[in-house]
Design a protein around this ligand. Sequence first.
Ligand code: AMP
Ligand code: ZN
Length: 112
Amino acid sequence: MSCIFCKIAAGEIPSKAIYQDDSTYAFADISPKAPVHILIIPREHITSLIEVSDHHRDLLGHLMWVAAEIARKQQLNNGYRIVVNAGEDGGQTVEHLHLHLMGGRPMTWPPG
Ligand code: AMP
Ligand code: ZN
């Protein structure tokens, strides 16, 4: 498996860990687009939201819960944005499902 995020979750590529549990790993984005920019990924290799199946429903809910929990711990009390880019048109560049948690400044809308 040559997936960079699988290697990050396995500790084979260094990252700044923010949160981890049996199914989920969260780490600082290497090229932050906001003062707080954290990526939340499943340990299981899922290419994108396009590829999810019925048995991923609980995991997807858990990933969202983790994002909200991290936001609370990071004291993003004024708000934040969660983004999931899916596939080519969605602007996804790393083919391992991930949530972007961004905050610490007002976010513009639409993102483009
Ligand atoms: P996306 O365009 O939604 O696929 O987002 C991929 C994100 O992964 C980008 O925000 C990158 O900055 C980030 N990224 C790529 N490689 C690494 C890495 N080694 N460590 C942390 N973040 C990374
Ligand atoms: Zn992967």
